[in-house]
Design a protein around this ligand. Structure first.
Ligand code: NAD
Ligand code: MG
Length: 409
């Protein structure tokens, strides 16, 4: 039974890597949080197991057929309502009794339920960077207009957030774009760190032979397949650059990408007095999740304490855009503005899926994105309708290229 003093949480994407880490943190704090709803795409077995262990009030599958299967698996469990379909996703993200929404669906499909949470004025824990990349201006505006509260989960952005002054943190969570910007607080630069993924030093002439298995084996982080491939192409850092611009109200020139192979520093903020503040910790997503769940309080996460004597060394390098063309493409999308970022994101999603299914080589991912950005015209607007239309146009274009390629083969 729900205790009125606890905060009710919905997890969008509960079966994923972020979803499971969120469940782990939540259940260390049963005195503070209560699980209202969880959602998943089609992984019914995993969802049934989560329902039995964590007992949410509501479980939502992305389609009604999966919801029916889940009902069958849980027929002996009492007290869990099972729903299906995209409207149900929106409902559990915006229901009156919900306080906190963890947005951890992967990809553009996460945009609509995350927007629903913003429009309902919830505290949003944003892991789903694709939503912000494709509709940054619109999303930030909705957060402000509906008095929602936005906290970053992406480890780098959570680290940057932690390195900002507390008064400014409060401003950012409520009105991300409508403030004087971090320069007014003495910030001179944001240093966005990235490990460089598994191919930081891999011979460039062997990039075409990279397999999906090699690409998803990230050296430091354990993550879902899409973001793991994004880390390998470094499109992840490109998407994070766009994410940082929206979250912290900065220009892309104010953000420097720093390769840091140990993933111990999760990002830094440089100030005008020469100070550089860094947030450090073991690479474990439960730290940013606990930070955002408890903010402005600190709560335990279960993460191993950092042993600096074991780490020994911290290295830093510049990122090489020739090795990782996706970084250049992401910068180009920001410079072009409007729906360019939705086009970049959609092309990347389709290309990554094709790579994961061994339809294309690793290097073809960036080539397909570049081709899409050349051929699909972007619009200078933040209208949701246009964003969704250009997202679809980019997907259609990449799918067409893939079908032509399969005929050629
Ligand atoms: P994942 O693949 O492990 O999980 C994705 C979740 O989304 C699953 O619960 C899945 O059921 C759900 N989902 C997928 N397609 C769906 C659909 N069509 N409709 C409804 N639900 C759907 O992914 P992840 O690694 O947990 O990443 C989730 C998000 O968090 C991504 O946007 C990623 O970029 C971001 N993120 C992840 C990490 C990490 O460490 N895993 C770190 C930073 C940011
Ligand atoms: Mg990250």
């Amino acid at each position: 039974m729900r205790d009125a003093s606890t905060k009710a949480v919905t997890i969008l994407g509960a079966t994923g890597s972020i979803g499971l880490n969120t469940l782990d943190v939540l259940f260390r704090h049963a005195d503070r949080f209560h699980l209202y709803a969880i959602t998943a795409n089609t992984q019914v077995e995993k969802m049934a197991e989560i329902c039995r262990t964590y007992r949410p009030e509501i479980a939502v599958m992305a389609d009604t057929a999966s919801a029916e299967q889940l009902k069958e698996l849980l027929q002996n469990e009492k007290g869990i309502s099972i729903l299906g379909g995209s409207e149900a996703l929106n409902e559990v993200a915006s229901a009156e009794s919900v306080d906190i929404v963890m947005a951890a669906i992967v990809g553009a499909v996460g945009l609509m339920p995350t927007l629903s949470a913003a429009r309902a004025g919830k505290r949003i824990l944003l892991a789903n960077k694709e939503a912000l990349v494709m509709a940054g201006h619109l999303f930030m505006t909705e957060v402000e207009q509906h008095n929602a509260e936005l906290l970053p989960i992406d480890s780098e952005h959570n680290a940057i957030f932690q390195c900002l002054e507390s008064g400014y943190q409060h401003e950012l969570t409520r009105n991300g774009l409508n403030n004087k910007g971090p320069k007014s607080k003495g910030v001179t630069k944001i240093l966005l760190t990235g490990s460089g993924g598994p191919f930081r030093e891999y011979p460039l002439d062997k990039f075409d032979e990279i397999t999906p298995e090699q690409a998803i084996a990230h050296p430091n982080w354990s993550m879902g397949p899409k973001i793991s491939v994004d880390s390998a192409t470094m499109m992840n850092k490109g998407l994070e650059l766009i994410e940082a611009c929206w979250l912290f109200n900065v220009q892309h020139e104010d953000v420097e990408i720093v390769l840091h192979k140990q993933s111990i520093i999760h990002s830094m903020v440089a100030y005008n007095d020469g100070s550089v503040l860094a947030q450090m910790g073991n690479p474990d997503m439960r730290t940013p999740i606990a930070n955002a769940l408890g903010w402005p309080e600190r709560i335990a996460s279960g993460v191993e304490p950092l042993d600096l004597f074991k780490v020994c060394q911290l290295n830093f390098e510049k990122a090489d855009e020739n090795r990782f063309p996706c970084l250049r493409l992401a910068r180009q999308a920001i410079q072009q503005g409007g729906t360019s970022m939705a086009i970049l994101n959609a092309a990347n999603e389709v290309a990554v899926q094709a790579f994961l299914q061994s339809q294309i080589t690793f290097t073809r991912i960036a080539e397909l994105i570049e081709l899409t950005m050349k051929h699909v015209a972007h619009q200078q607007t933040d209208s949701l309708q246009q964003i969704l239309a250009d997202d679809q146009a980019a997907r259609k274009f990449v799918n067409h290229q893939l079908s032509v390629m399969s005929v050629e083969v």
